[in-house]
Ligand binder design. Structure first.
Ligand code: SF4
Length: 248
């Protein structure tokens, strides 16, 4: 796998939380589209889609994180992995190994990690060197593999993604499912209840609509559709006592 070197790693995102991205590019190649890919192409960090899907690991990421955490006066509470790449990129064990090392460094400094992936969360995250307050999450907007091949072509199959999360939950880890961008019926016909049932074991759930694509905007009853999905998700979270956040 190719590598790059960086001068800094930790930063506060425009969304207000701290995060780090230790890979440039992402092999998952999501076509919602992926905002990070659009930005990388606009600012010259990727030439085109193929270039974006050729990930380069930041070879000095662990060293940078250690230095930045040691020099901070104020301790961070939580750091998110990742906003512009995927920390457990499917089929890239080098990326997963670096992510584990980074989460371990964060936890050793008393900083929690929040992790979100469309890959497979490894069981190592349930190990003793990791903080049980970490939040381990997967993105999941469908159970339809046809949809995945079309919109998340390089990401892990849904059943494997859910199974990996379930194993960590069973081992006592705090788990989350991020259901965004949830597709409208003109993109894929599905019942949100089946998706919710498949991840009914999680501790936290986030649900959001598909806000930045003309595809979803073209669906005539878009607002009514999301109102109804939001109602179903809220009711499900109440019944199952999952901590739910609905933004749709
Ligand atoms: S997993 Fe995330 S970073 Fe990677 S292509 Fe998909 S949306 Fe972009």
């Amino acid at each position: 796998m190719e590598t790059v070197r960086r001068k800094s790693l930790l930063y506060r995102s425009g969304l207000g939380f701290w995060c780090l991205n230790h890979v440039q590019g992402c092999a998952h190649g999501c076509r919602y589209p992926c905002y990070a890919s659009l930005m990388a192409r606009r600012y010259g960090r990727a030439k085109d889609e193929a270039d974006w899907r050729r990930p380069r690991r930041v070879e000095n990421a662990v060293e940078l994180l250690e230095r930045e955490l040691s020099r901070r006066r104020e301790r961070l509470d939580v750091v998110h992995l990742c906003l512009t790449t995927d920390p457990f990129m499917f089929g890239y064990p080098e990326v997963a190994a670096t992510s584990l090392a980074l989460v371990a460094r964060l936890n050793a400094h008393g900083v929690r990690a929040s992790v979100l992936t469309k890959g497979l969360l490894p069981m190592e995250l349930a190990g003793e060197r990791f903080d049980r307050r970490n939040v381990l999450g997967i993105s999941l907007v469908s159970l339809d593999e046809g949809f995945r091949r079309r919109f998340e072509p390089g990401a892990a199959p849904y059943a494997e993604r859910i199974a990996a999360l379930g194993r960590l939950h069973a081992a006592g880890c705090r788990t989350l499912v991020h259901v965004e961008p949830y597709p409208t019926p003109n993109i894929v016909k599905q019942d949100v209840r089946s998706l919710l049932e498949a991840v009914a074991f999680v501790d936290e759930l986030y649900f959001g609509g598909w806000n930045y694509s003309p595809l979803a905007g073209a669906y005539g009853d878009r607002d009514a559709f999301y109102r109804e999905q939001a109602r179903i998700v809220r009711a499900f979270c109440r019944e199952t006592r999952i901590r739910g956040t609905v933004d749709a």
